[in-house]
Every structure is written in structure tokens, then in C-alpha cells.
Design a protein around this ligand. Structure first.
Ligand code: ITT
Length: 194
């Protein structure tokens, strides 16, 4: 029987992507819910890597399972790198993904197309209950569009335009996103080390 690997995230969009990107590894993937893990990890880190490490180590310790965690977000040049590590909570914890997208569009309404560069970043950490840790990072470059389009993905995907496709990361096929995303790159770098 395969060993278990815990997906250390409560974000359904990340769970879906993890399952697709990790589909060929010889591990049985399990979720926090399936492992009955309901501890709350407080993200006190100052970087994606620090926060991904907090999540993976605490979930691995709590469940006695190896755990893969992701901390990620979007950095927008015209907003001096915001929302960055605060992407999930930008504008306050009560906003929905689409309200956060609207907030960004409003803040950027006077910014011209040439100055709308942004990137998604992800830090991936795998932690084992015995203290072993692996980590990796990935980036995907794009441009903040002027309005949301597309139904795929999650979070800021509807306004993240990929110039090489002329489409947002919510419009491209999920298989495509999972080949070139920040998360896919970081995970692909770590898999050979497993
Ligand atoms: P976990 O901590 O449980 O994994 P979370 O959603 O709180 O879930 P983060 O703290 O890493 O995770 O926040 C990441 C946020 O960045 C996420 O909620 C999205 O708003 C945004 N984000 C990250 N990757 C993204 C992607 O591939 N597409 C769209 N938005 C993304």
C-alpha cells in the first residue's frame, strides 16, 4: 500500500490543483478534513516560505503524516508588491474572492497597461513528523487585466492575464494552468526529492 501524503491546505482551489499536479506520485493523497485535522495554523511568517513551513510542520506534527503545504499570493508592481503574503486576506477577512478582485481593479483603475505587471508566487514545503523538511519556490508572470474573465481556477485568476495566451489564468484549461503555474513549477522541483 502507498504511503499517505497530507495536503496541508484548506483552500479548495489549491486542493484541486495539488491533486492534479501530484496525480502520478506513489503516495495516497489525503486532505486535512479526511485526516480529521482541524488545528488552526497562524501565519505569522514574513515570507511565503516561512508561512508554508509553519503550515507543513504543524500539520505533520498534529497528524503524524508527511504534509505538503503551499503559501502563495500575487505581487503587483503598481501596488508596491501588494497584496503579497496578505493575498488571502486582502481588504479584510470577510471579503469573497470576487470582492477582492474588484478591490484590486478599483485600486488600479488609473494604471495603464504598460504598468500592470504582476506575478503569482508559491512556496511549497513538505514536512515529515520526524523533522525532515524539503522546500521549493515557483513564479508565474502576468498582467492585471481591466475586468475579470473566466470561470476556472480561484482567487485572482480572473484578472491575471497571461500575455502568451491572450487569456487569463481563469480562462485557460486547468491542465494548462497546472503545467505552467507558480504552484506547478514549485511542486515539480520538489517531486524528484521525495
Ligand atoms: P491555506 O493557507 O489553507 O493553504 P489560503 O487560501 O489561506 O489557504 P494562502 O495564505 O497561501 O492560502 O493565500 C493564497 C491566496 O493567494 C489565495 O487565497 C488566492 O487569493 C491567492 N492565490 C494563490 N495562488 C493562486 C492561484 O493559483 N490563482 C489565483 N489566486 C491565487
Amino acid at each position: 500500500m502507498n504511503h499517505k501524503l497530507l495536503l496541508g491546505t484548506s483552500n479548495p482551489g489549491k486542493i484541486k490543483e495539488f491533486k492534479q499536479i501530484l496525480q502520478d506520485i506513489p503516495y495516497e493523497l489525503t486532505t486535512l478534513k479526511e485526516a480529521s485535522c482541524n488545528i488552526e495554523v497562524i501565519e505569522t511568517g514574513k515570507t511565503f516560505l516561512e508561512n508554508a513551513t509553519l503550515k507543513a510542520t504543524q500539520y505533520a506534527h498534529a497528524t503524524k503524516l508527511p504534509c505538503i503545504s503551499d503559501d502563495s499570493g500575487i505581487e503587483i508592481d503598481a501596488l508596491n508588491g501588494r497584496p503579497g503574503i496578505y493575498s488571502a486576506r486582502y481588504g479584510g477577512p470577510d471579503l469573497s474572492d470576487s470582492e477582492r478582485v474588484e478591490l484590486i481593479l478599483e485600486e488600479m483603475k488609473n494604471i495603464s497597461i504598460e504598468k500592470r505587471q504582476a506575478r503569482f508566487k508559491a512556496a511549497i514545503v513538505i514536512a515529515w513528523p520526524n523533522g525532515k523538511i524539503l522546500n521549493s519556490e515557483g513564479t508565474m508572470e502576468g498582467i492585471i487585466n481591466f475586468s475579470p474573465t473566466g470561470e476556472n481556477g480561484f482567487g485572482y485568476d480572473p484578472i491575471f492575464l497571461l500575455p502568451e495566451f491572450g487569456k487569463t489564468s481563469a480562462e485557460i484549461n486547468p491542465d494548462e494552468k497546472n503545467k505552467l503555474s507558480h504552484r506547478a513549477k514549485a511542486i515539480r522541483n520538489i517531486i524528484p526529492l521525495l
